[in-house]
Design a protein around this ligand. Structure first.
Ligand SMILES: *[C@@H]1O[C@H](CO)[C@@H](O)[C@H](O)[C@H]1NC(C)=O
Ligand SMILES: *[C@@H]1O[C@H](CO)[C@@H](O)[C@H](O)[C@H]1NC(C)=O
Ligand SMILES: *[C@@H]1O[C@H](CO)[C@@H](O)[C@H](O)[C@H]1NC(C)=O
Length: 839
């Protein structure tokens, strides 16, 4: 029975031992495909069927293989597309294709991922303290000398590494020296830096370099050495984690840990290579430090595709001998562009620890992104200083490393300290530890009390990391039970979103029975997947209110986000509800607070609750994700909707601008029933009473579809027989769905045409600086576009792969004036950083 498991194990071992030879691919000449095939199937056979050549297994991802063929020499594209639609329609699959479970064609997408290094210049009027006025406290200087003596730290820049011990602003450091004093320095742990390389010949890194866990996926070379002029980022991050205690520069947080380099950011990378990098040597690389992601321009809404999601999940389920790889991600530097880490599928993954930044005075720096998926914050650039670390070169140091890029590696380093003493902790244990020991700061800004007595802020997450407290807590931490989850049916809303402060609300009631049946003892992460049509995505915001009254700003308005695509099965995540029981009414409120000609419809949503299991023996691994568009025949359930004027405290914005909704009612956390209490006049309708034949037809379909899947899996017959059995039922349902869909599309089309007219009308709106018409004037928009250009200008040589849209903004440059603040010392962009290498 466990034969397939054995094969998987053998395959995994053979890939791990024989790694290091990933073929260089030629995307100009060839087409590449990744296929997930049944383990009983021979990849060679599949290759013959599809007229492809077999390249080999894809990293250590079980049963995933890569195939290729010269462009134009095969028909795999067509065959696989047909297979997908056959599977979707639950039709019989031709015998020779039966073994193919999933497939994806590989593409190189330049500009998809960028480093979190360059920080845009601060907003006008941002006051930056002069570093020269920082006066060290005598007593702390003495203490620092004492600690350095005891630990024999002679690194010349250790005393400038304020993030390790701050002798100017007491308490504003990661509080790690006490951990070192206990002899905990990261021994026997390895952190992999997924970035633009790692200078393994630096005197400050070479003794801690872990070659076995390293690879260059950009140039296909076992050694991920930085090659391009801009390849500094990974080395600087590595220095923060594991710069050796010696006579070069400073020390890392875990100066006896090993560091590996996985070079992926120096050229466009294929999904295959990224997937392999994320799982590279994942029993020995324990922690993956990732200071990159989709562009922070306030417009991107990008998630890793299915293959990369699978790789991340594989790392969680099988990495570190099954305890789970620890992924640490930088929240992003786009706060000034109103970017939010819930628009980034890496930072809002439940599998990543998302880290925001604070400066050396403990304040929130203007660049650090907020979101309900952020777990903790830690120190980085701002307040006139930055992180002092190692640089590329034999003995080069760098004193201006910044952005959330520099924050994430500090947390990765702290996790290495934890794993030295507790290598048995799982990936969720360390998230618990981070939450348990985070220290809230600057209270009063946007903090709320959570159910478990913690405080959460969308700006500072659960607070800042305290390495000492975290390691102490880890010492006797009892591992949590395996993960369990509950997924609600799709809540079918399909209702226009009112403009203004009113929101469109929809509630899903989770009963105690549902929670119990899902084997959930207490909540951890909460996800909401939703579809919203809107002609200007940036106008939307979404709030989630839990049965216990805690709120998550799942989505916020973004002034630059002009996408007409709305939210397309987008999944938002929140860690705010950690520890709640989960049962009760979950309310989602979708708002369109910007009153303009852009309007939209809230189509549907689905709640997923993750948590610790009640009964560990019933826990099972979460199945590998499928493509988003495989969700078309989803189970749906009509949901009651109502408009509500209840509002939760808005996220504070550091860069006030006309779209700031300062007049938004800031009612304090609403009690449970307040949400449901809507004035009679504002109750719009439930789905079924939206009258038209269209919606009632669709509603009844929805109800039918809802009851179906529960029957589906419980047949003891072969899949083929099942298909036949359901054939008749399916035919009826498909007919109904098609009918519903037809009306739906027809209605939407009509809506779109109407809105198009408005879009053309708006061009001559001259109220450029009017408080209520943000971005409506053409000139106004140009000005903002220009700002955006400038915001990214500093980082242009690090941003090797600016996306096409960005180029457009660059073209607009002539229409903009020079921005103030470009020479601001707080600008840690490469423009200023370059050439500042100190020895
Ligand atoms: C930091 O660590 C020390 C132990 O070295 C501990 O006593 C202290 O409470 C921690 N926190 C702060 C803010 O210093
Ligand atoms: C290092 O870690 C491995 C695996 O966790 C363990 O077997 C080994 O004993 C550790 N070595 C030391 C010196 O702690
Ligand atoms: C939850 O919502 C349902 C209707 O969806 C309502 O009947 C019930 O009273 C609500 N429960 C609470 C605790 O508000």
């Amino acid at each position: 029975m466990h034969f397939p498991t054995l094969i998987r194990l053998l395959a995994a071992i053979s890939t791990v031992s024989g790694f290091g030879h990933f073929p260089k691919r030629d995307y100009e000449e060839n087409d590449y495909f990744t296929l997930h095939i049944r383990s009983s199937e021979s990849p060679q056979e599949v290759a013959r069927t599809l007229q492809l050549r077999y390249e080999g297994p894809l990293g250590n991802l079980p049963d995933h293989h890569t195939f290729y063929a010269k462009k134009g020499s095969h028909n795999a594209d067509g065959t696989l597309t047909q297979l997908k639609s056959t599977l979707k329609k639950r039709e019989l699959v031709p015998r020779e294709l039966e073994g193919i479970l999933w497939s994806a064609k590989s593409e190189l997408k330049p500009g998809r991922l960028v480093k979190r290094g360059p920080v845009p210049p601060p907003p006008e009027g941002w006051i930056v303290p002069n570093r020269n006025v920082f006066i060290p406290r005598d007593d702390l200087m003495t203490k620092q000398n004492d600690i350095a003596d005891k630990l024999q730290i002679r690194d010349p820049t250790f005393k400038e590494q304020w993030h390790l011990m701050n002798i100017v602003q007491p308490g504003h450091d990661i509080n790690v020296t006490g951990v070192w004093m206990e002899g905990i320095t990261g021994k026997n742990t390895t952190v992999a830096i997924i970035d633009d390389g790692l200078d393994m010949y630096s005197d400050d890194l070479k003794d801690n370099y872990f070659a076995e866990g390293s690879y260059d996926f950009n140039d296909h070379n076992p050694e991920p050495r930085p090659k391009l002029a801009a390849d500094h980022h990974g080395t600087r991050c590595a220095g923060e984690i594991a710069a050796v205690k010696n006579d070069v520069c400073g020390v890392g947080v875990a100066y006896d840990a090993k560091v590996a380099g996985l070079r992926i950011l120096s050229k466009a990378i294929s999904d295959e290579d990224e997937a392999v990098a994320i799982n590279y040597n994942f029993h020995k690389n324990l922690i993956y430090s990732c200071s990159w992601g989709p562009p922070d321009n306030g417009r991107a809404m990008d998630a890793p595709n299915t293959l990369i999601k699978r790789a991340m999940q594989h790392g969680i389920q099988d990495g570190r001998a099954g305890l789970g790889s620890i992924f640490v991600f930088a929240a992003g530097n786009g706060a000034r562009q109103e970017d939010n880490c819930n628009f980034d599928g890496y930072t809002n993954s439940i599998y990543s620890i998302t880290v925001g930044a604070i400066d050396r005075t403990g304040a929130h720096p203007y660049y650090s992104e907020k979101c309900s998926a952020a777990l903790v914050v830690t120190y980085s650039s701002g307040a006139g200083d930055a992180i002092h670390t190692t640089d590329v070169g034999q003995a080069n140091c760098y004193e201006r490393h910044g952005g959330t890029s520099a924050a994430a590696p500090l947390v990765a380093g702290v996790m290495a300290l934890v794993l030295e003493i507790r290598p048995d902790l799982n990936w969720r244990d360390v998230q618990y530890l981070a939450i348990e020991t985070a220290v809230p700061l600057n209270e009063g800004e946007d903090w709320q009390d959570t159910y478990i007595g913690k405080k959460y802020s969308h700006t500072y997450a659960y607070g800042k990391v305290d390495a000492y407290a975290l390691v102490q807590k880890a010492k006797d931490w009892k591992s949590v039970k395996p993960q369990a989850w509950f997924t609600s049916p799709w809540q079918y809303v399909r209702h226009d979103i009112p403009q203004g402060d009113q929101g469109l609300a929809s509630t899903f009631q989770v009963t105690p029975e549902m929670i119990k049946a899902a084997n959930i003892a207490r909540l951890e992460h909460v996800q909401v997947t939703m579809n919203v049509d809107h002609t200007r995505r940036g106008d939307l915001s979404v709030e989630l209110i839990s049965p216990k009254g805690a709120y998550s700003h799942l989505s916020v308005t973004r002034r630059y986000d002009e996408s007409p695509n709305g939210y397309d099965s987008w999944t938002f995540m929140s860690v705010v509800h950690w520890g709640e029981p989960g049962d009760g009414n979950w309310t989602i409120i979708v708002k369109d607070t910007v009153e303009n000609e852009h309007i939209g419809t809230f189509t549907d949503w689905r709640l997923r609750l993750w948590g610790e299991s009640i009964d560990a023996s019933k826990a099972k691994p979460f199945p590998m994700p499928l493509d988003e568009d495989d969700d078309d025949d989803k189970e749906v359930q009509p949901a009651p909707v109502f408009t509500t004027s209840v509002s939760v405290p808005p996220t504070t914005s550091l860069a006030p601008h006309p779209t700031d909704h300062q007049d938004r009612p800031t009612a304090i956390k609403p009690p449970n029933d307040a949400i449901v209490t809507t004035s009679a006049t504002s109750v719009v309708a439930t789905t079924s009473s939206t009258t038209s034949a269209t919606s009632s037809a669709a509603t009844s379909t929805a109800t039918n579809a809802y009851s179906l899947p529960s029957i589906f899996p419980t047949f003891g017959v072969s899949p083929r027989t099942q298909i036949w059995i359901y054939g008749a039922i399916a035919a009826i349902i498909i007919f109904c769905v098609a009918l519903g869909a037809f009306f739906c599309v027809w209605r939407r089309r009509r809506g779109r045409t109407d809105r198009m007219d408005y879009e053309f009308e708006m061009v001559n709106d001259s109220d450029a600086d009017g408080a209520n018409q943000p971005l409506s004037g053409d000139g106004h928009r140009k000005r903002r576009g220009g700002e955006l250009y400038d915001a990214f200008a500093g980082g242009s040589d690090e941003e090797l792969f600016s996306d096409e849209e960005e180029e457009q903004y660059k073209d607009e440059k002539p229409s903009t004036g020079t921005r103030q603040g470009d020479d601001d010392p707080d600008d840690y962009s490469e423009k200023h950083g370059r050439g500042r290498i100190t020895k």
